[in-house]
Write a protein that binds this ligand. Structure first.
Ligand code: PGA
Length: 252
């Protein structure tokens, strides 16, 4: 089912105590507020996942990991598997974030394996992709995004997409303060939905949620979320402040 979703990617921020505090603040705001239909997800670092699961237990807030390895276990120093995430109660994972691609060498081929591993564990995947500035300047943004989606996801059956959330994040807008205009976001989201439709048909295309990410904040979320093909946001910087994050959730 196509849902409104706001997910907070905390990146490498907040230690255990700070994460616990922020998770509790988010839960409190959601409980007090009148958020009904919007799904809320927070993604702290690995070390804070278990405590965030505990802090959000009696709420509608879900906890996601920011990454995982595709193998179950073994000699992969510094990595964490789907099974390990599930053992602390985490059932959602962000995969393919541009920072993982740029700084940690994650390729489409690696991401395809990660997606498979997460789905095999019945996890929900927030799959990120997006063009860099040079692609956009040369008008290649759609071709780049299409390839990223095809390479990592198009080996899947249509039914797999009920456990996938897409996140379009133009790299030039991440953490830069520069946001895609609502029109640019809508144009790309419509293109993404059409790409899914051409391969998997109307039902899959119309039921998948496509989030926008890249300097989304309380002042611009409402306009971006009002676009017909934008189903919510993946929020970085503004998710580190409970008031701002809540204001974004409240933007629908
Ligand atoms: P930002 O990050 O909101 O700080 O631009 C978004 C993201 O990287 O998910």
């Amino acid at each position: 089912m196509r849902k409104q979703i706001v997910a907070g990617n905390w990146k490498m921020n907040n230690d255990l105590a700070e994460s616990k505090k922020l998770a509790k603040q988010v839960v409190k705001k959601i409980k007090k507020g009148k958020i009904k239909d919007t799904k809320v997800i927070i993604a702290p670092t690995f070390v804070s996942l278990a405590s965030a699961v505990k802090a959000t237990k009696k709420s509608k807030v879900k906890v996601a990991a920011q990454n995982m390895h595709f193998e179950e276990s073994g000699a992969f120093t510094g990595e964490v598997s789907a099974k390990m995430l599930k053992s602390v109660g985490v059932k959602t994972v962000i995969l393919g974030h541009s920072e993982r691609r740029a700084y940690f060498g994650e390729t489409d081929a690696i991401l395809a394996k990660k997606v498979d591993a997460a789905l095999a564990h019945k996890m929900t995947v927030i799959f990120c992709f997006g063009e860099v500035l040079a692609d956009r300047k040369s008008g290649k943004q759609e071709a780049v995004v299409e390839q990223q989606i095809k390479n990592a996801l198009f080996h899947l059956e249509g039914t797999a997409f009920k456990n996938i959330i897409l996140a379009y994040e133009p790299v030039w807008a991440i953490g830069t303060g520069e946001t895609a205009s609502p029109e640019q976001a809508q144009e790309m989201h419509a293109f993404i939905r059409t790409t899914i439709k051409e391969k998997y048909g109307d039902e899959v295309a119309n039921s998948i949620s496509i989030l926008y990410g890249g300097s989304c904040k309380p002042s611009n979320a409402k306009e971006i979320f009002s676009k017909p093909d934008v189903d919510g946001g993946l929020i970085g910087g503004a998710a580190l402040n409970a008031n701002d994050f809540y204001a974004i959730i409240n933007s629908f």
